[in-house]
Design a protein. Structure first.
Length: 100
């Protein structure tokens, strides 16, 4: 490490450990968010399949509107999930870098 002063070495270790713990908590939060988003995606897929059935013209128009709304929500959640996955990977890389 190149650090001769024991007190400075201890402070650096404590600082690195605090940062490591903060990143660990953040990573856990991102993982929980990803799980929630995956559950929402699954629910929306099920709802999409249920609404894709046959019906009258009026029902079909209502279903189309609902399906469009669901597709927008799905795309939004998918984008959020991808962003969280990138953040999670970045956190993992930072954690791995701190550990080495």
């Amino acid at each position: 490490t190149g650090i001769c002063d024991l007190e400075e070495l201890v402070q650096n270790f404590i600082s690195a450990e605090d940062q490591n713990f903060t990143l660990f908590k953040y990573n856990n939060e991102l993982s929980a968010d990803i799980e929630k988003l995956e559950t929402q995606i699954s629910d929306y897929r099920e709802e999409y399949v249920q609404l894709s059935g046959m019906g009258s013209k009026k029902e079909d128009l209502e279903k189309v509107k609902i399906l469009e709304t669901l597709e927008e929500k799905w795309n939004d959640i998918d984008t959020k999930a991808k962003n969280y996955e990138v953040k999670c990977q970045e956190s993992q890389q930072t954690l791995n870098h701190i550990r080495t």
